[in-house]
Write a protein that binds this ligand. Structure first.
Ligand code: 16G
Ligand code: MG
Length: 548
């Protein structure tokens, strides 16, 4: 068996593991200082090859990106054949191989995985890969290419694209020629598929005003311009800001979806005017948020929850107009969803809603269980899934009137407009634009559906975040002992109070979320919970400032 790995040790010697670092495959893959990731990315190449062989030579994706994080960081994640996140049971293999201390051990681990998974090593492995615009990208890319060469992989380099584009290509490659054929596995195919679906939905409706896009000085900037060129229609008139992917020190700085969500403020480079329409992508363009300013100059954010309710409402209404009875629309949220949104979904929309743990893979799996599952994190990451039974129902449904036929046709067009492999800022933007155009809505009209409760997200640095264990979709702490009771006591003091504490999956810190009826009460709750975490669970550095 080892002969299949004959070249691995030699290549591996070119990419030694830094002795003092322990790597972990987290919520969205490995993520840390870019320069330290060479060995990890090389080894991900090896593992992707093995994963492909375990899937009878289906294409596995590898994306080199650190999303909204600082430019000095980078990361790598594997993409499974349908464009979804890597199966969780393989995440442990990734961590194991990333931490092997010698080249011989790397080979040994590969052999062990091959044996444990019963992998046929004679299968030619196939991998598709890409990176974002980070300065450490080229170094990591060449480490990856060594990993692929060491395993004789049939590899396709997609260059610099958004994370969701790479997911899309992987799904297209693996469904080519099948009934589930997803599209053409290249950039032009991506723009064509989503552009055409968008135009099918909006043609004949009144034209929208220009949409200002903050591209976070990341890979979304060139890509969204290419999308606009391909669509080439006044229905998609955009003005892209924060497009500098060349100058060091600009990526995600004072701009991008994460900045806008955390600061509840417009990014640098965008001046808000009343009636203007604005959105922000994150650094790898898998998240999107909308915002606007009212006549008084007050900033209003339309986050992932607002996108999710907009989309769910539209889908629910179309299903009703079509007269299809056995097609349920459901919504998946995380604990970060604003309480007002959850109440709105349950009480006003009367749709089924569930909570999943933070991280796309968890939401995705819950949404797969629904007929039409809309999932979004409040931070703007999400998409919609039509499961097999929904597709069958749609296919077999016989409309009884032209209005019903039109609603069915719109449901098909919406499905084509959605990137079902993963949340996608560009596809989600077209989806929101299409719905707003069809409804003839401004951002303020969209915003009227419900009013967010004031919320606050704080970070507490502790000695060991691994002592924090949660249950109930991360809303309840089971460890450290007694801390949840303190959170409950504090929360009970505030009308509409809600707070939870969870260990971050991407950073060495603990997150504290709180919401309450007023801004003042929300902040009091957030800081008192953060203070309790700091005092009772080994806080490090500065104690979260008390709210006065
Ligand atoms: C990752 C997740 C994102 C999640 C965030 C939470 C993916 C592709 N990305 O960026 O969805 O919101 O982690 O970070 O799953 P945290 O665990 O540090 O709070
Ligand atoms: Mg991202």
């Amino acid at each position: 068996m080892t002969s299949s790995f004959a070249k691995v040790a030699e290549y591996s010697a070119k990419h030694p593991k830094p002795a003092d670092i322990t790597f972990a495959y987290g919520t969205a893959g490995f993520r840390t200082i870019g320069e330290t990731l060479e060995s990890t990315v090389f080894r991900c190449g090896l593992l992707a090859a093995l994963r492909s062989q375990s899937k009878q030579g289906r294409v596995i994706g590898i994306m080199i990106t650190a999303s909204h994080n600082h430019e000095r960081d980078n990361g790598v994640k594997l993409v499974d054949p349908m464009g979804e996140m890597l199966q969780q049971s393989w995440e442990g293999y990734c961590t194991e191989i990333a931490n092997a201390s010698t080249d011989a051990q790397v080979v040994e681990i590969l052999s062990e995985i091959a044996e444990a998974e019963g992998i046929d090593l004679s299968v030619t492995p196939k991998v598709a890969y890409a990176r974002d615009t980070r300065p450490s990208g080229p170094l990591l890319l060449s480490a990856l290419q060594d990993g692929l060469a060491a395993m004789d992989v049939d590899a396709t380099n997609y260059g610099i694209v958004t994370t969701p584009q790479l997911h899309f290509f992987v799904r297209c490659l693996n469904t080519k020629g099948s009934p589930a054929e997803y599209g053409e596995a290249n950039e032009a195919g991506y723009y064509r598929k989503y552009g055409q679906a968008f135009l099918r939905l909006v043609e004949g409706k009144p034209l929208p005003s220009t949409l200002y896009i903050d591209a976070a000085n990341g890979v979304g900037a060139p890509q969204v311009r290419k999308l606009a060129e391909a669509i080439n229609s006044p229905y998609f008139s955009i003005d892209v800001r924060n497009t500098d992917t060349e100058t060091l020190g600009k990526l995600n700085i004072d701009c991008g979806a994460d900045y806008v969500k955390s600061n509840q403020h417009q990014p640098r480079g965008i001046m808000l005017t009343p009636s203007g329409r604005y959105c922000s992508f994150d650094g790898d363009a898998d998240r999107i948020l909308y915002y606007y300013s009212d006549e008084c100059g007050t900033f209003h954010l339309l986050d992932g929850d607002k996108i999710s309710t907009l989309v769910a409402t539209y889908l629910r209404d179309l299903v009703a107009t079509a007269g299809i009875e056995d097609l349920d629309v459901g919504v998946v949220q995380t604990a970060y969803a604003n309480g007002s949104s959850t109440r709105y979904i349950k009480d006003t929309l009367k749709l089924h809603t569930v909570f999943a743990m933070t991280g796309v893979k968890y939401l995705h799996h819950e949404a797969e269980k629904m007929n039409i599952g809309v999932y979004f994190e409040a931070n703007g990451h999400g998409t919609v899934l039509f499961n097999a039974s929904a597709v069958n129902t749609l296919r077999e449904f016989v409309p009884a009137s032209p209005a019903q036929a039109e609603a069915v046709e719109r449901l098909w067009a919406l499905r084509d407009l959605i990137n079902e492999s993963v949340g996608d800022a560009m596809a989600d933007m077209l989806l929101v634009e299409a719905i707003l155009i069809c409804k003839g809505w401004t951002l303020a009209q969209w915003d009227e559906s419900y009013t967010d409760l004031p919320s606050r997200l704080l970070k507490v640095v502790v000695n060991d975040r691994n002592i924090f264990k949660t249950t109930n979709a991360e809303q309840t702490l089971t460890s450290p002992h007694g801390l949840q009771e303190v959170v409950d006591e504090l929360t009970a003091k505030f009308p509409k109070g809600r707070s939870f504490v969870r260990p971050s999956g991407t950073e060495d810190a603990v997150r504290v979320y709180a919401e309450a009826a007023t801004r003042g009460e929300c902040d009091q709750l957030a800081y008192s919970v953060a203070g309790a975490v700091f005092d009772k669970a080994g806080g490090r550095g500065e104690r979260p400032a008390e709210f006065i």
